[in-house]
Write a protein that binds this ligand. Structure first.
Ligand SMILES: NC(=O)C1=CN([C@@H]2O[C@H](COP(=O)(O)OP(=O)(O)OC[C@H]3O[C@@H](n4cnc5c(N)ncnc54)[C@H](OP(=O)(O)O)[C@@H]3O)[C@@H](O)[C@H]2O)C=CC1
Ligand SMILES: CC(C)(CO)C(=O)C(=O)O
Length: 303
């Protein structure tokens, strides 16, 4: 794979896929977005639009609803929500070229592994540190950051070089899974509580017992991670609590999903810790309760 002029397919053209698709297309790579019909129609009509605090810009990209969009791709970026991983994998599997590198740009810690099982080939896990949302089909709002930690593979150094040249700060790490676990623990501490209360993090942590409850959640997650052979940063609790200051006005993606009547990724956040805890014989009552409460709330709100 040469780092110049890559052919890149984005599977799941939502907030993450459109943001990285925009930067890679702007850098001159041939990007194909695979998304829903409304996205395809909008992108064909007015290009892929990226908005941020500095302004709005658009770039021409190919867009299709068809899985054949991955044909000939050097790189395939899978950017669907965690519940859609297997379906997206099954859709693209017959069309992937033998030398294509497949990357999972998703939250949760087991998407790359689940995708690899469906595809029958390795998938590179990527920890994604960005805040983006869709304002409409083909119109992505960038709220901050954008850096990536890409797992190690034969192609990872070249991928990181191409991404960095495109304005995406990218590091390669043998320990990308540790980074994903760090993110998972943040998600386990905040997402459900923010969803159930619809509160932003700054106000959330002021609630009675909230910090103590988050501490219980984090301790359970760390115990499970340790037993699973994952190295979590020793100061993870401080990092978790810092988020209430650095993202004081943010509501979790789970809160946003519930508010929109959409199913959330909670089964892959606290729900994952519950499953992994059961597998390893570790009780995780705080995570179990949060998972159960969000599933109950989803049952009331998902349309
Ligand atoms: N948004 C963010 O700032 C961040 C998100 N993440 C993670 O990145 C992942 C993606 O999140 P995000 O981009 O926000 O999610 P979005 O819901 O915005 O994007 C996913 C898109 O993929 C579409 N899709 C799903 N399955 C298919 C398919 N088979 N074919 C074509 N399109 C499909 C969805 O359509 P539909 O909705 O109709 O199903 C949706 O438009 C998640 O794991 C999330 O946790 C990580 C860091 C930050
Ligand atoms: C880090 C955090 C908690 C930021 O909102 C997030 O990833 C999410 O909302 O899903």
């Amino acid at each position: 794979m040469s780092a110049a002029g890559l052919s890149i397919a984005v599977v799941g053209a939502g907030a993450v896929g459109c943001y990285y698709g925009f930067l890679l297309a702007r850098a001159g790579h041939a990007v194909t977005l695979i998304g829903r019909p409304a996205l395809v129609e909008a992108v064909r009509a007015k290009g892929l639009v990226r908005e941020d605090a500095t302004g709005t810009a658009s770039v021409a990209v190919r867009a299709t609803t068809a899985a054949e969009g991955v044909v000939g791709a050097d790189l395939v970026l899978v950017c669907v929500k965690s519940d859609d991983t297997e379906a997206a994998g099954a859709m693209i599997a017959p069309h992937l070229g033998p030398s294509a590198s497949v990357l999972s740009l998703q939250n949760g810690v087991d998407n790359a592994e689940r995708l690899a099982t469906v595809l029958g080939r390795p998938v590179v896990p990527v920890a994604v540190y960005v805040a983006t949302e869709m304002l409409g089909p083909g119109h992505v709002l960038h709220n901050g950051r954008g850096d990536l930690i890409v797992g190690a593979s034969a192609a990872s150094a070249q991928i990181a070089a191409a991404f960095t040249a495109a304005g995406i700060p990218t590091a390669v790490s043998e320990r990308a899974l540790d980074a994903l676990w760090g993110k998972l623990i943040l998600n386990c501490a905040y997402n459900a509580l923010s969803a159930l209360t619809q509160l932003p993090y700054g106000r959330l942590v002021q609630g009675e017992g909230v910090i103590a409850s988050m501490t219980d959640v984090v301790r359970e997650c760390v115990t499970v991670a340790d037993a699973a052979g994952v190295s979590v940063a020793p100061d993870i609790l401080d990092r978790v609590l810092d988020l209430s200051i650095t993202m004081a006005d943010q509501r979790s993606s789970t809160a946003q999903d519930l508010a929109r009547g959409r199913r959330s990724e909670i089964d892959h956040l606290n729900g994952y810790v519950v499953r992994k805890g059961a597998e390893l014989g570790i009780p995780v009552p705080a995570n179990r309760m949060l998972h159960t409460l969000v599933r109950l709330a989803e049952a009331q709100s998902v349309v």
